[in-house]
Design a protein around this ligand. Structure first.
Ligand SMILES: *[C@@H]1O[C@H](CO)[C@@H](O)[C@H](O)[C@H]1NC(C)=O
Ligand SMILES: *[C@@H]1O[C@H](CO)[C@@H](O)[C@H](O)[C@H]1NC(C)=O
Ligand SMILES: *[C@@H]1O[C@H](CO)[C@@H](O)[C@H](O)[C@H]1NC(C)=O
Ligand SMILES: *[C@@H]1O[C@H](CO)[C@@H](O)[C@H](O)[C@H]1NC(C)=O
Length: 528
C-alpha cells in the first residue's frame, strides 16, 4: 500500500468530524442501491436446488420466500455486504425467509475497511456481541449498535437458527463520502472535443460536455477524429473522491456507450495529473453494456482531487459517448479559501477572482481619513480571501479624485462569469476608531449604485466610459430598499458573460448635500 493511500484511508476513517451523522438510514440493500455484486457469502444453497435462495435476495422486505440461505447448517456461515464506501454503522435489520420455517435466531457481526482485516462488534464487556435474531420467519427485527462502528464491509455470522440459516438483512448508518458530486449546475464539465452524434436524426442531442451529467437524457460524445478523447469534471474544492459512475447515450436510436475507460485526476488542469491505479498498475475500468444502466465503481484507493478525467479506451459505436458521475465527501461548513457558497446551502464553487491582480483607478492617500493606514496595494484586499469587515482588510472606492471610481480584477484569461458576491462594510459596528465610523458612514450613505461590468478590454486609465457600456453590463444593485447596504450583496449577471476583466463601478447620489461617496469592498468573489 502506498503512503498516499494510507494517508487518505486515515483521513477517511479517523476524522471524527466527517463522521458526524445527523441521520442514520438504510444503506441500500432494500433499495438495491447495493447491487448483487456487493453481496457475497461463505456459502450459498445452490440455486438449482432452491431457486429462491441467492445472496442477491438477502434484502429485508424481499418478495415471496426469497432470501440468502447458507449451504450448510453451520454456525460458521456468513453473508457479507460491501457498502462501497466506508459507513458509520449504527444498527441492522434482519428478517427470516418468510416461509414459516427458516430464520436466524442469533448472530454476530464483524466489519472491515478492506475485507482483509476484520473486527467483531463487541458488547460492553469487550466480548463478541451475540445479537438476538428473529423470533419467526417473517417479522423484521431491528438491533442497535450502541457505539457505531466504521467500516466498508460487514458480515453477519449465523450462530443459531430455526430450520435453516436463511436470512435477509439491511444495514443502518450513514456514508458522508458517498454523496454525488458531479451535479449540474455546480460541477463544471469540459471535454477534449464534442460532437453531436447525428444532427439530422436527433437534433436535440447536443453531445456537448454539458450533456454529460448522469441526470441528463443525452450524453457527451467526442469527435470521431479525436485520438485521445477525454471528459473532465471539476468538482470544486479538492475533495476526497470515492466512486465513479457511467451511463451510455440515452435518447438515441443507435447504440452508443463506453465499455472501458481510464481515469486520471489533478488539482489543476495544468497538472500534475495522476493515473488512477490499484496495486501499482494503471487501472482500466469496465463500463457499460447498454444505454441506460448506471455502472458504478467504488475506489479501493480513494484520492483527493479537484479535476477528474475519464479517458474512454473502448466503446460501442463510431465515437465514444458517455454520461459520468463522481461520488465523494462534499465540504461542510465554511469553504476553503478560493471557494464560496453563493447561496447558503449551495456547494462550494470556485471563486475565480481569488488572489488575482486587482486595481483601483484612484491613487489617493487614505491617511487623512483612516488614520495610520497607508493605501498601497489596497485594491488587492478585495481578493485576498479574507472577508473580515475591518476597514484595514478592505478596498475603498470613492470619488475624491476621480469622478467615476472603479475597481478591476484581471481573471487571468477569458472566462464565463455568472455572477458576483460582494462583502461590504457599511461604516457601522466598528469597535475602534469612532471618527472613521461617522465620516465613512455618511459617505457610504451617499452611494447610489454599484455596477458590475465584464470585458475583454483592460483599462487602467480614467476612461471608464469605454467599459461602462450596456453590452458589458453584468448587473447592478442600487440603494433602493437598502439593497446596497447589506453585508453581502449578490449580483447575478443578467445574461451569460465572458471576459477576462471584471469591473465594479461606484456611483453617488446627486441629491445629497455632500457629493462624496464611498464603497468599501471587503471581498469580491466571482463565479462561473
Ligand atoms: C490536491 O490538494 C490537496 C490539498 O488541498 C491534497 O491533499 C491532494 O493530494 C491534492 N491532489 C492532487 C491530485 O494533487
Ligand atoms: C498515465 O497513463 C498514460 C497513458 O498510459 C501515460 O502516457 C502517462 O505517462 C501516465 N502518467 C503517469 C503520471 O504515470
Ligand atoms: C489505460 O490503462 C491501460 C492499463 O489498464 C493502459 O494500457 C492504457 O495505456 C491507458 N490508456 C490511457 C488512454 O490512459
Ligand atoms: C478582523 O481584523 C481585525 C484587525 O486586523 C481584527 O482585530 C479582528 O479580530 C478580525 N476579525 C475577524 C473576525 O477575524
Amino acid at each position: 500500500m502506498s503512503c498516499a493511500r494510507i494517508t487518505l484511508i486515515l483521513m477517511l476513517f479517523s476524522s471524527s468530524k466527517a463522521w458526524h451523522c445527523s441521520r442514520s438510514e438504510p444503506l441500500g440493500l432494500i433499495t438495491e442501491d447495493i447491487r448483487s455484486w456487493q453481496i457475497s457469502a461463505s456459502s450459498s444453497y445452490p440455486n438449482r436446488w432452491d431457486r429462491y435462495c441467492s445472496t442477491n435476495y438477502a434484502r429485508v422486505y424481499e418478495t415471496g420466500t426469497k432470501a440468502w440461505c447458507a449451504k450448510r447448517k453451520s454456525p460458521s456461515e456468513w453473508i457479507q455486504v460491501d457498502l462501497g464506501v466506508a459507513a458509520s454503522i449504527s444498527g441492522v435489520m434482519t428478517q427470516g425467509r418468510c416461509d414459516g420455517r427458516e430464520w436466524v435466531t442469533s448472530f454476530k457481526i464483524s466489519y472491515s475497511h478492506d475485507a482483509f482485516h476484520w473486527k467483531y462488534v463487541n458488547d460492553a464487556y469487550d466480548n463478541h456481541r451475540l445479537f438476538e435474531g428473529n423470533i419467526d420467519s417473517c417479522s423484521v427485527r431491528h438491533s442497535y449498535i450502541d457505539k457505531p462502528v466504521i467500516g466498508r464491509f460487514l458480515r453477519f455470522h449465523t450462530i443459531s437458527w430455526k430450520g435453516h440459516p436463511s436470512m435477509r438483512v439491511e444495514i443502518l448508518g450513514c456514508q458522508p463520502c458517498k454523496q454525488p458530486l458531479a451535479l449540474p449546475p455546480y460541477a463544471k464539465t469540459t471535454a477534449s472535443s464534442e460532437s453531436s452524434p447525428n444532427k439530422r436524426n436527433s437534433p436535440s442531442i447536443s453531445g456537448t460536455a454539458q450533456d454529460s451529467y448522469l441526470l441528463t437524457k443525452g450524453a457527451w460524445c467526442a469527435q470521431k477524429s479525436d485520438k485521445q478523447p477525454w471528459l473532465q469534471i471539476d468538482v470544486g474544492p479538492p475533495t476526497i473522491l470515492t466512486a465513479v459512475s457511467t451511463k451510455g447515450l440515452g435518447e438515441f436510436r443507435k447504440k452508443r456507450w463506453v465499455t472501458h475507460f481510464n481515469i486520471s485526476y489533478a488539482n489543476s488542469t495544468t497538472g500534475p495529473w495522476y493515473n488512477y491505479s490499484e496495486s501499482g498498475n494503471d487501472y482500466s475500468f469496465t463500463a457499460n453494456t447498454d444505454k441506460y444502466t448506471e455502472r458504478r465503481h467504488y475506489f479501493a484507493s480513494p484520492f483527493k482531487a479537484r479535476f477528474i478525467r475519464f479517458y474512454p479506451t473502448k466503446w460501442k459505436g463510431k465515437q465514444p459517448c458517455m454520461r459520468a458521475g463522481v461520488f465523494g465527501c462534499p465540504q461542510n461548513g465554511i469553504c476553503q479559501k478560493g471557494y464560496l457558497r453563493v447561496a447558503e446551502d449551495s456547494p462550494c464553487v470556485e471563486n475565480i477572482a481569488y488572489g488575482r491582480k486587482s486595481y483601483v483607478n484612484n491613487k489617493r492617500h487614505f491617511k487623512r481619513h483612516v488614520g495610520e493606514w497607508s493605501g498601497s496595494n489596497q485594491a488587492q484586499r478585495a481578493v485576498d480571501g479574507d472577508e473580515n469587515q475591518s476597514i484595514h482588510h478592505c478596498t475603498i472606492l470613492d470619488n475624491f479624485y476621480v469622478s467615476r471610481p472603479f475597481w478591476m480584477v484581471d481573471l487571468g484569461h477569458s472566462t464565463p462569469i455568472s455572477g458576483v458576491v460582494i462583502v461590504t462594510w457599511q461604516g457601522k459596528n466598528l469597535k475602534t476608531n469612532s471618527p472613521v465610523k461617522s465620516s465613512y458612514y455618511d459617505y457610504m450613505r451617499n452611494l447610489r449604485k454599484l455596477t458590475v461590468y465584464v470585458s475583454s478590454e483592460k483599462r487602467r486609465s480614467k476612461k471608464v466610459e469605454k467599459i461602462a457600456k450596456e453590452s458589458n453590463k453584468c448587473g447592478y444593485v442600487t440603494s433602493v430598499n437598502e439593497a446596497l447596504f447589506q453585508r453581502r450583496i449578490h449580483i447575478e449577471c443578467m445574461k451569460p458573460m465572458n471576459g477576462r476583466y471584471l469591473y465594479i463601478e461606484a456611483e453617488g447620489a446627486e441629491d445629497r448635500w455632500s457629493k462624496v461617496f464611498s464603497a468599501v469592498l471587503c471581498e469580491v468573489m466571482a463565479y462561473s
